[in-house]
Design a protein around this ligand. Structure first.
Ligand code: SF4
Length: 390
């Protein structure tokens, strides 16, 4: 009898995911509607990748090709019960099935907006055409053995690809076909702290990270390093982060606050979530060691700051947005091209200087004052009204 290839997810694990609003595609992929996609359909604004790169949040499919991961990051919203593993040992699904199944599941999840009075009709109608895929939902998408075939299909469908990897599979990074923007998560500035923050399965996790950065540096297309800052944990040693960033030589950096959500709430405290202004301060400290880069923009609701290589500033204007039609033309031509060949002008740049902590605290105070009698308002004057009526 031939040995049976194991499935990544048990039936129970699938049911748990479905309950959490994931849709499992085949045996190892999943889709979940991004909160920003829903917001955009309601006309409430887009995600930071809209502001930074021109991603239309209402036309974005959020998915992964592998629920399994080789890390158990402290800040991740995944439960520790989610599958982990170092090597791919599971049944492998067909890329075309994954693409079609994911797009269908994405539409099914959004169908509730049809006729919903809170939805913007035009944006909802446009959401039916998927233009972007964020391969970053959960797990490690790059270990899916047929990832390159899937990327080819996305390219042919004119769907842009943003792929995030945790830098534990350098060979896959080296061999990866062009993606619109390739991300590496850089979660700590030194080996010991990375072990603490990411709880990696691989013993040579640090060497794998370094090699991944080397391969990233060799990429011709757009690359980005993302730092997820956990206050009191990895918000240290900007000079060592800078050394690693120089090694990966990305086009962009995103310095983002850890968000106190999902299963991470059981591992971290709300106090570990930095305020936006703390992210701005940390990015400014980082900039002291990165003379080739400049801060471009911020997205306050996501508590993230975007930094770009100075070459993206041309004639005084930033060009961090993506010319998507151009990208698709280039990638489908089979010819060589670089990150500088599909640029578009960034619509909004700069830092607001807002102090969110003060704003939130003032708002909270005002809320509390509503509950109690405020002697500075007319609330105590009600007796006058009563007297008038007598
Ligand atoms: S790019 Fe990311 S944050 Fe923006 S809509 Fe897509 S999945 Fe959501």
């Amino acid at each position: 009898m031939e040995p049976v290839t194991p499935q990544m997810l048990t039936e129970t694990a699938k049911k748990v995911l479905e309950k959490q609003q994931y849709r499992v595609i085949g045996s190892h992929s999943a889709v979940k509607t991004c909160g920003w996609t829903k917001k955009m359909v309601k006309g409430e604004g887009g995600c930071y990748k809209l502001k930074f790169y021109g991603i239309m949040s209402h036309q974005c499919l959020q998915m992964t090709t592998s629920i399994s991961c080789a890390n158990r990051c402290t800040f991740c919203w995944r439960d520790y019960k989610a599958p982990v593993g170092k090597e791919w040992k599971w049944e492998t699904d067909d890329p075309e099935m994954i693409l079609k199944g994911s797009v269908k599941a994405h539409h099914d999840l959004l169908v509730g907006f049809k006729g919903n009075p809170n939805a913007n009709k035009s944006l909802f109608n446009k959401s039916k055409e998927v233009k972007h895929v964020a391969l970053s939902l959960t797990g490690e998408p790059i270990i899916y053995p047929r990832i390159n075939e899937l990327l080819d299909l996305f390219n042919k469908e004119m769907i842009s690809t943003f792929l995030v990897t945790n830098a534990q599979y350098p060979d896959q990074i080296r061999d990866l076909k062009p993606v619109t923007q390739l991300y590496i998560s850089l979660d700590a500035p030194n080996k010991e702290l990375l072990r603490k923050v990411d709880a990696p399965l691989f013993k040579d996790y640090w060497e794998k990270l370094l090699l991944s950065l080397d391969y990233m540096a060799g990429k011709k297309h757009r690359t980005c390093i993302r730092l997820t800052i956990v206050k009191g944990m990895n918000d240290v040693e900007p000079e060592n982060y800078a050394l690693l960033i120089k090694r990966g030589n990305p086009d962009f950096l995103e310095v983002k606050a850890y968000m106190f959500v999902g299963a991470s709430k059981g591992r971290l405290k709300k106090e570990n979530m930095p305020w936006h202004e703390e992210i701005v301060d940390f990015t400014k400290r980082l900039m002291e060691y990165l003379p080739d880069y400049e801060i471009v923009s911020e997205h306050i609701p996501s508590r993230v700051v975007m930094v770009a290589k100075k070459k993206f500033k041309q004639n005084g204007s930033w060009n961090t947005w993506i010319d998507f039609p151009k990208y698709h033309e280039l990638v489908n031509s089979g010819n060589e091209f670089t990150a500088m060949d599909y640029l578009a002008k960034t619509l909004q740049v700069g830092l607001s200087g807002r102090k969110i902590r003060e704003e939130v605290e003032a708002k909270k105070k005002a809320e509390q004052e509503k509950v109690f009698v405020n002697e500075n308002t007319e609330e105590l004057e009600f007796w006058k009204e009563d007297t008038k009526q007598d």
